[in-house]
Each structure stands twice: as structure tokens, then as C-alpha cells.
Design a binder for this molecule. Structure first.
Ligand code: ARG
Length: 603
């Protein structure tokens, strides 16, 4: 309904200007307009929209808000176009105006959505327009080479993918970047270990088989800590790598490839598309970044290290915190790389990506890091005037005991094991249900349903939480058919698919629609709200808003379907209710697709 609310807002603005010409001229002269403050109604009994502007205007105009509201309504009632859309407005409380849409408008809007694949969500630009929309970058997942891809990376992957999907659907060109940790001093010991343990991989093609890289890392670390020769060699190896030594580079590439293969398995399993552009990509720009900061007089030499002191970031001692951009040994760090990345991403091509918005999805433990580098980038003028740069933080993943997620034997949980367990548990639930319902299904059906449900449950459990809060990982909760879970939403869709199988025809070109039950109106109005929710997710980057909406939609649909007959109803109710079922299915499918969750026809 965003189109409709735009029209209403315009009509309200005109009404305001006509009712209060003097004040609006004053405000107009200062470059803005009186704001009617139109929002969706907070409760159904308040109608469809609420106009809150009279209250804040009361202070400017110095008149009681109810009087102002009355004057606005008088003007609205003179406008024939407004009267085509809304019933007679009502004043509520201290001076709110409640607006209720006319029945025929709601029916018309429902008809529009039935033939609109975008369900009312506008594109950032018209398909044929020539204006170029600059890319949006979503930096997500971003695990580290030869280290565990842990549940934090899983969270980043799931949230980042969903945000990218919403932005893509809005028509942005989205660069999904995997800022893999593929550079740093740890490669010294990794390469040394590789050269000692499996030197043949450097000479023979495809010889690499060092098994589990995470264990390989542990082993290297152990030698590094215990063996002085190993340590010296590792340090030497870092220097060789940085200087572009061929053999060292080859070893580094092999290690990255091995990790990449492991990561790819997880991405494929979760159906995630992402482009790797690791930290090493920015190596050629690191010195430039430091030099530029230096030329801007932003650097301070602190015991040999080059730092930026941010006066608005105070440490515990009340003194400005330093952000080190070049260590005393000349090396660069995580912050330098992120600064180079910001600079590159905003710079126009061919020197960069020319992005208009950067979104970073990581745990909130990195909030200070990002606040610091964003601030430095701003001081250095690397962020264009209209561009946005945002850190999208999320809380920790905890076990059901509220502590860090661990296996029963106390080890960190491997991602693949976690996903497999969700799928296995979904399979057990499914088989139990099939037995109860005396249903026979093929192995293929069972495999497909358990995999879809298991993975959907893991993704949805993560997305449906407000990401800022820590979240407790519970297989039982996420796989339950009750509550705000993926299986609950999937099941609503399955019910609708069942209606089609039992003779309901969907996908008609012409619809005759008449509603006469409150359950129908409630469902219809909920369906009209989808576009607003998507715009909200785009702005606030909170996928849980979409989850909540889809959950409420499923609840309203279930109530409608349990309390009213559809296939057995008489015309025109039968067709009208089928249209609502069809639109509910379309909305749920699109919504879940934007969350990265696959759907099912039967389960
Ligand atoms: N590799 C980092 C980690 O595992 C995350 C990188 C996030 N992206 C960034 N541009 N710093 O914590």
C-alpha cells in the first residue's frame, strides 16, 4: 500500500496547507513542508492509517490539536479524490485522525497485487530508465583461511544473504563480498608447516591433501610455540611472502584454495552466492592509504607505530584511543585493510567499485573497530556526500544453557555437523509424522523435505530474532511446527498448495471479489502491507521485521482457513477466498525467498 499512502500523504499535505496557509508559507519559506505524519494504524480499530501531525503542529500554530485535526478533516472532505479512497475521517484521543480505506479500494488493491509479481514493492529505478544506480556492497560471511568457519560466520552468512536478497529485489546491483581473512602473519607458520610436512605439494600438480586445515593450523601453531627453529623459519616466511617470493606465494595459494573448497561446500549447501575478495586484494593499496592519511596530517607516531587518535573515541583512561594503521615493524593490520577497502569501494571505476552504500555484517564485538575505521575514512574524505556506510552488528550464538555453543564433549561445533544435525532431526520428525498419519512417501520425498525443513529452520531461527540480541540455538524450538518457526510458515504454504490440488484454481486473469467476513478483511489488509515491510527491511536492515510479518500473515491465514470454508463456499465467496489463498501463497513464497529459505508444496 505504499503507493496509496503516498497519495494520501500528498492529499493531507494539501489539506494542511489550505487549512493553515500562513504557517505553511512560513515553513515553506524555510525550505520544508508541514508534515501530516501519516503512519499505519497501530490497531485495527483505528482504521488503516493514523495522522499524528496535529499534535506537533499544535505547538507551532498555537491551537489545540483537536481543532487542528478538525480543520484538516474539513479540508479533506472538500477533496473528491480523497473521498474516493477513504471513508469519513475520525478524530481520536487528543487529536489523532484515523483514516479508513473504502472497501472497494481494498478490493482493487488486492486485484492489483494478484497480477503483480513484485507485490507492490517498487524498483529503485524503472526497467528502461537510463539512470545508473550505483552498487550496494554487502560485506558478509568473511571467514578466515585455515581457521574454523564458526557459528558467528554462519550468522553473518545468513543475515548478509537475506539483506542482499532484499536489496537485489529492490533493483540495486549488489556486490556480495566475502572479505576472507587470507593474509597476515599466521601464514608464516602455515607455509613453514606445509613445506616441512608435504613439500611435494609445491612441485607436483594437484598433490595437496593436508586433510583438515583447522587441525593443520593447530599443528603449525604448536610447532611455532614450541620449536625455536620453526618460529624463526616462520618469521622469515612472512617476509618472503610479503616480498612476493614465488614458492611462498604458491604455498599461500594452495592453502587458500584448500580453505576455499571447504567454505564452498557450506555455501553450496546453504545456497549462498558470494564473491571472494579477500584481505590480500587490498595489499597494493595499504601503503597509499597510510601515505594519504599522513599527508592529511592525521597520523601520530606512537613508539614507532603510526596511529590515528580519534578525539571522540575515548579509552578507559579518558584519553583518545589510537587506531594503529602501521605497526612499528612496518606491517599493516586489519584496520589498514578495512580502510583501504572503504577507499576502494567508494572510489569510482576504474579505481574502485563506485558504491553508494556499504553494509558490513559481523558480530557486535567488532563495533568499535568499524566505528573507528568509518570515522577515519570520514576524516580522510573517502566517503562521498550521499553515500551510506553501516555496520550491521549481531549478538552471540549461545547453546540452550545460555553459554557459548559447544558440542556435548565441549568442543566447538563444526558448521557442517550443525546443519547435518538439523536435517537429521527434521527427518526424524517427518518420519514420526508420516507414521502417525499412516502416509507412505518415497525416499526422495523424505530426503528433500527433511533437507529443506532442516536448513530453513536454521536460517529462519537466526533471522527471526532481532539480530542485536544474543540468540539461543535450540533444534527443538526451531523445528517445531508451532510458533514463529520455519516449519510453521512452510506448513501454511503446504495447506494452500493442498487447496489447489483439491480443485481450487489459482492464477486467473480476471477476479470477481467480494468480502463479507471479518476474517477476509483482516487477511486482505495484512496482504496489502507487504511492500511497506520490505521497504522497512531495506532501510533498517532488520530481517526479523519480515519474519514477524510472515508469521503474522500465516497466523491470520490459518484463522481464516480454519473458520471459513473455501472450496465448499458459494460464489462469489468461493472465488474471493481462493484469491486470498493465492495471494497469501505468493506473499509467503516471495517473503521466504527474500530470507533465503526454500519452500515446499507438500511436507
Ligand atoms: N574475517 C573477519 C572475522 O572473521 C570478518 C571480516 C569482516 N569484514 C570486514 N571488512 N572487516 O572476524
Amino acid at each position: 500500500m505504499i503507493k496509496l499512502s503516498k497519495i494520501l500523504k500528498e492529499q493531507l499535505q494539501v489539506a494542511l496547507e489550505n487549512a493553515f496557509p500562513k504557517s505553511s508559507k512560513k515553513i515553506c519559506d524555510s525550505g520544508s513542508r508541514l508534515d501530516p505524519q501519516l503512519v499505519s494504524a497501530s490497531k485495527p480499530e483505528f482504521g488503516d492509517f493514523q495522522v499524528n501531525g496535529a499534535l506537533s503542529l499544535a505547538k507551532i500554530i498555537k491551537q489545540p490539536p483537536r481543532e487542528i485535526a478538525n480543520a484538516i478533516i474539513e479540508e479533506l472532505l472538500k477533496n473528491q479524490d480523497f473521498l474516493k479512497i477513504c471513508k469519513k475521517p475520525e478524530i481520536a484521543g487528543p487529536g489523532f485522525i484515523n483514516l479508513t480505506l473504502k472497501d472497494e479500494i481494498i478490493i482493487q488493491e488486492i486485484k492489483n497485487l494478484l497480477i503483480d509479481d513484485r507485490l507492490g514493492v517498487p524498483l529503485v529505478k524503472e526497467p528502461n530508465s537510463r539512470t545508473k544506480v550505483s552498487p550496494v556492497i554487502v560485506d558478509f560471511s568473511s571467514p578466515n583461511i585455515a581457521k574454523e568457519m564458526h557459528v558467528g560466520h554462519l550468522r553473518s552468512t545468513i543475515i548478509g544473504d537475506s539483506l542482499a536478497r532484499v536489496l537485489e529485489f529492490r533493483g540495486y546491483s549488489v556486490l556480495r563480498l566475502n572479505h576472507v581473512g587470507d593474509w597476515g602473519t599466521q601464514f608464516g607458520m602455515l607455509i613453514t608447516n606445509l613445506k616441512r610436512k608435504a613439500p611435494e605439494v609445491l612441485t607436483k600438480p594437484n598433490a595437496i591433501n593436508i586433510g583438515d586445515l583447522v587441525n593443520f593450523y593447530r599443528e603449525a601453531k604448536k610447532h611455532f610455540d614450541e620449536d625455536k627453529n620453526f618460529k624463526d623459519e616462520s618469521r622469515n616466511e612472512v617476509v618472503k611472502l610479503q616480498n612476493g617470493d614465488q614458492a611462498s606465494l604458491k604455498a599461500w595459494k594452495l592453502l587458500c584454495e584448500q580453505s576455499r573448497r571447504e567454505f564452498k561446500k557450506i555455501y553450496d549447501y546453504l545456497n549462498i552466492k558470494i564473491t571472494e575478495r579477500g584481505e590480500s586484494f587490498y595489499n597494493p593499496y595499504l601503503q597509499e592509504v597510510v601515505d594519504e592519511l599522513d599527508s592529511l596530517d592525521l597520523l601520530v607516531n606512537d613508539q614507532g607505530a603510526k596511529c590515528v587518535f580519534l578525539t571522540d573515541f575515548l579509552g578507559k583512561n579518558g584519553k583518545p584511543l589510537p587506531v594503529i594503521v602501521q605497526k612499528s615493524d612496518g606491517g599493516f593490520n586489519y584496520a589498514t585493510t578495512d580502510l583501504a577497502a572503504i577507499r576502494y569501494r567508494f572510489r569510482t571505476s576504474p579505481h574502485g567499485d563506485g558504491a553508494c552504500r556499504l553494509i558490513y555484517v559481523t558480530d557486535e564485538g567488532q563495533a568499535n573497530h568499524f566505528a573507528g575505521v568509518f570515522r577515519i575514512a570520514k576524516l580522510a574524505n573517502w566517503i562521498p556526500a550521499n553515500a551510506q556506510i553501516e555496520h550491521v552488528p549481531f549478538g552471540l550464538v549461545q547453546g540452550e544453557d545460555g553459554k557459548k555453543l559447544k558440542t556435548r564433549s565441549g568442543e566447538t561445533v563444526k558448521l557442517r555437523d550443525l546443519l547435518d544435525e538439523a536435517v537429521d532431526k527434521a527427518k526424524i520428525d517427518l518420519c514420526n509424522r508420516l507414521k502417525e498419519e499412516c502416509r507412505e512417501e518415497s525416499d526422495e520425498f523424505i530426503e528433500n523435505v527433511s533437507r529443506t525443513v532442516g536448513l530453513a529452520a536454521v536460517k529462519y531461527a537466526d533471522l527471526s530474532q532481532n539480530r542485536i540480541t544474543n540468540y539461543q540455538f535450540s533444534f527443538d524450538r526451531m523445528l517445531s511446527l508451532q510458533g514463529n518457526t520455519a516449519p510453521y510458515l512452510l506448513y501454511a504454504l503446504v495447506r494452500i498448495a493442498g487447496i489447489a490440488r483439491k480443485g481450487g484454481t489459482f492464477g486467473k486473469l480476471e477476479y470477481h471479489i467480494e468480502f463479507n467476513k471479518s476474517q477476509e478483511w483482516e487477511l486482505a489488509k495484512k496482504l496489502l502491507d507487504f511492500d511497506r515491510i520490505i521497504m522497512e527491511v531495506e532501510e533498517e536492515l532488520l530481517p526479523n521485521r519480515l519474519c514477524n510479518y510472515l508469521f503474522e500473515l500465516s497466523q491470520i491465514f490459518n484463522r481464516f482457513y480454519d473458520q471459513l470454508s473455501v472450496l465448499k463456499a458459494n460464489e462469489p465467496s468461493r472465488s474471493s477466498r481462493l484469491a486470498l489463498c493465492e495471494l497469501t501463497a505468493k506473499t509467503l513464497k516471495l517473503g521466504m525467498n527474500l530470507l533465503g529459505v526454500s519452500t515446499l508444496e507438500r511436507m
